[in-house]
Design a protein around this ligand. Structure first.
Ligand code: FCB
Length: 452
């Protein structure tokens, strides 16, 4: 039941999210195989200040106190990712029991503290051994991913409450295969659609493996969605917004749910758009129990032939606040996005699997609490936007703030802080920020504190 004026649905789930490479540290411990992110961060000039995930938040060794902290903050659920290379150091074949045992200890600790585990199987840290075999460009990866998924499902399937196959396939290909700013750092319009397609085939194969085991927890896919509002009503801008939306948002939802690709992709990729076997869509299109939506910002889109290959770019909205990653703060876009998914993809159960903001935090005085007013404001606005979407009929069942901890923000290294908990990267001390205290209150009142 939803309290029409203020509340969220009574079984709404409030949690926080992280990912393996960004927080764990000890990337090669206990027999783990290196990932493409280990390689990437250890390549000169790829990551700001040469930062690496060698230590990160040291969560691999501090997970017990981190779970205790989540408990103190009142978290009801925790979204983490499993590092493929800890479980299968070569990506396929030999299982590494010590790596799997880490996630088993984590899950048991969470359950012990009354926190529901949501496990993501792929949050960008492909085993380097598989990259050597072509990575996401090799069609066999659908089988490799299903094999790895099955190992994890068999071990943790009785305890994990929600499963996610992939995190943000768009970022994997746009950053990793088209523009080369994320691992593995390729730059090819010919590779990108193939990598995307194989990601979606791997997603399908993983869901099939899950269904074959008859496990009961829901399984879904996480996409990052950014609404594209045309900068004007001119045909050129309207078309640019359509191309951008097809490229970023529909490229993954449409095959997963409707079994086809948006027409505009042919126009975006031109001769680089591949011929794809039509039977692949039988694998890609699997029944999903929910969709995870990661939302950070919007784009006001204009036609821009200089931007390869989508020929569209954003118009900066100077009247609005921007975060440290340069993203416009625009909460209405979250309501619009949730309603767009509801209307175009059959009103699926939804979780906001990531939402948050990087801001400079003021320097901390010893013993002081840490005030982060911009993040507090961001959180309030976006949670109200979620509430508005629920009032308008979107089936949103939970929210996971990104992120529990300041962490390694990929190619930005530690220079961008997204945590509601501050991490001192010298001492590794954790200090909850004002946003964490606010979030605790929101959780405790099931959202009513947002309207005080
Ligand atoms: C998302 C990623 C997450 C984090 C946030 C800021 O694209 O899934 O790991 O980097 O952005």
């Amino acid at each position: 039941m939803t309290n029409k004026v203020r509340g969220f649905p009574k079984d709404f789930i409030w949690g926080c999210a992280t990912s393996a490479y960004q927080i764990e540290g000890s990337p090669l411990a206990d027999g783990a195989g290196p990932s493409i992110w280990h390689r990437f961060t250890h390549t000169p000039n790829r990551v700001t200040d040469g930062d690496t995930g060698d230590i990160a938040c040291d969560h691999y060794r501090r997970y017990t106190s981190d779970v205790d902290l989540m408990r103190e903050l009142g978290m009801q659920a925790y979204r983490f990712s499993v590092a493929w290379g800890r479980v299968l150091p070569e990506g396929t074949g030999r299982v590494n029991p010590a790596g799997l045992a880490f996630y088993e200890r984590l899950v048991d600790r969470l359950l012990d503290k009354g926190i529901q585990p949501m496990a993501t199987l792929y949050h960008w840290d492909l085993p380097a051994a598989l990259d050597d075999r072509g990575g996401w460009l090799n069609r066999d990866i659908a089988h490799w991913f299903a094999e790895y998924s099955e190992v994890v499902f068999r071990k943790l399937g009785d305890r994990v409450k929600y499963w996610v196959t992939l995190n943000e396939p768009w970022v994997v290909t746009d950053g990793g295969y088209l523009h080369g700013v994320l691992a593995p750092g390729h730059r090819s319009a010919f590779e990108a659609p193939l990598a995307s397609h194989n990601l979606m085939r791997a997603h399908g194969a993983s869901v099939q493996a899950y269904r074959a085991l008859n496990l009961k927890s829901p399984i879904g896919l996480v996409v990052n969605l950014e609404p594209k509002y045309p900068a004007s009503q001119e045909a050129a801008d309207l078309n640019a917004a359509k191309r951008a939306e097809a490229y970023m948002n529909r490229q993954y939802l449409q095959p997963a749910i409707h079994g086809s690709y948006p027409e505009e992709l042919q126009d975006v990729f031109g001769e680089a758009w591949p011929k794809l076997p039509s039977q692949d869509f039988d694998l890609i299109k699997q029944k999903l129990d929910f969709l995870g939506v990661n939302y950070y910002t919007r784009q006001v889109t204009k036609n821009d032939p200089s931007v390869w290959p989508v020929r569209a770019s954003g118009v900066k909205q100077k009247q609005h606040t921007h975060t440290e990653t340069g993203w416009e703060v625009f909460a209405q876009g979250l309501t619009d996005t949730l309603l767009w998914v509801k209307n175009n993809y059959g009103n699926p159960p939804l979780y906001i699997t990531e939402n948050g903001a990087a801001f400079f935090d003021p320097p901390q005085v010893e013993g002081d609490t840490l005030e982060d007013p911009l993040r507090v404001d961001y959180l309030k606005k976006h949670l109200r936007a979620v509430h508005a979407a629920i009032q308008q009929g979107a089936d949103v069942r939970g929210y996971f703030v990104w992120s529990l901890l300041d962490n390694l923000e990929w190619a930005f290294g530690f220079s961008k802080r997204f945590g509601i908990v501050h991490v001192n990267f010298e001492t590794l001390a954790r200090t909850p920020k004002a946003s964490a205290r606010l979030y605790s209150k929101i959780i405790e009142t099931n959202g009513a504190a947002l309207f005080d």
